[in-house]
Design a protein. Structure first.
Lengths: 172, 160
């Protein structure tokens, strides 16, 4: 009688494994994978600032706010978990767009089950494209749940109206 | 009702834990030259955020020595930071959820080299998962002042 359960579990394991056989190894792969991926999304915002201004703010704020090692703990009756995560931002500004990439490497508490790019798995990519001299379109690729503070911080930097840093202990 | 022996044991435990945490109150013996304005809103009715600043002195080799901590539990708090030599300020935002089942702690660190005759006005703000720290320097005669750039410990030998 246990066989159907075993088969179901085996099938579920194969399906889940199929979902994450490989993670994106660079920002471009992440942009392509995120919109159709499970628990991921792409959102777009119109910003009343030039792409150059957005790029300058990304260059100022991202290293200050996102280049961090974060330790979080959670405990429930019978369990105590410590996770140490190292975040790495990269800002690239070209004539075409201003990019902000955010990678995360778990130093403790989470196993890497697929090949991890140098600097950590890609967590988020934000691109600002020029619409005209004073307006831009901001596209953010990332997780659909649990990372609201980073989305809000990036949008605040792009708009220039909130230069605060996201509390990275509030993610996941 | 807690019986006296149990109460004493609890008190002893609290004292021991406080001692083990390594946190001590900043002596705050220098003339007050840093005003910290604090706003903290966790965004959750079941959780809370506490803000504090840990103060370290910095020697010529950029080594730090912890002097103590000031709890920023009032809207404005005045602190005396020694003039003419660098101090390393670590603003800490500590969040906990309902009954402390999960906690998080995030720091904003910067060097500060207070100059004689100047006062420093710091903002430490935490709202809905976004935090912000800024320090302004102004002359005692009410000049407009300037924003003090964030500086890492490696820059401790730079005199400005």
């Amino acid at each position: 009688m246990a066989l159907p359960i075993v088969r179901t579990l085996a099938a579920a394991t194969v399906l889940l494994a199929g979902c994450v056989t490989q993670h994106p190894q660079n920002a471009e792969e992440f942009r392509k994978a995120a919109p159709g991926a499970f628990l991921a999304k792409m959102e777009t915002h119109e910003i009343n600032r030039s792409m150059e201004e957005i790029g300058a703010t990304f260059q100022e704020r991202a290293p200050d706010c996102l280049n961090m090692r974060v330790r979080t703990t959670s405990q429930t009756p019978g369990s105590y978990q410590v996770i140490v995560s190292l975040y790495k931002p990269t800002v690239v500004v070209t004539d075409q767009r201003a990019e902000l990439h955010l990678q995360r490497h778990h130093e403790r508490g989470v196993l890497a089950v697929t090949k991890e790019p140098e600097g950590g798995y890609y967590l988020m990519v934000a691109d600002a494209y020029p619409v005209d001299a004073n307006r831009s379109r901001l596209q953010i690729f990332g997780p659909s749940m649990g990372y609201d503070v980073i989305y809000r911080a990036i949008i605040g930097w792009a708009r220039g109206d909130n230069l605060g840093c996201p509390d990275l202990t509030k993610t996941g | 009702m807690i019986r006296p022996p149990r109460f004493t044991a609890c008190l002893l435990g609290v004292v021991l834990l406080a001692g083990c945490s390594g946190i001590k109150t900043y002596p705050d013996a220098s003339p007050k030259n840093l005003l910290v304005r604090t706003e903290a809103r966790s965004g959750s009715i079941l959780g809370g955020t506490r803000v504090s600043v840990h103060i370290h002195e910095v020697d010529a080799n950029c080594r730090t020595q912890y002097l103590g901590t000031v709890q920023l539990d009032e809207p404005t708090v005045e602190i005396g930071i020694p003039q003419g030599r660098p101090s390393y300020l670590v603003f800490n935002f500590y969040s906990s959820s309902f009954l402390g089942s999960s906690t998080g702690s995030i720091n904003y660190e910067t060097l500060l080299l207070p100059r004689a005759g100047y006062i420093y006005d710091a903002t430490a703000r935490y709202a809905d998962g976004i935090y912000y720290v800024a320090i302004r320097e102004s002359g005692a005669r009410g000049s407009a002042g300037r924003q003090v750039a964030r500086r890492g410990l490696a820059e401790c030998t730079r005199r400005s």
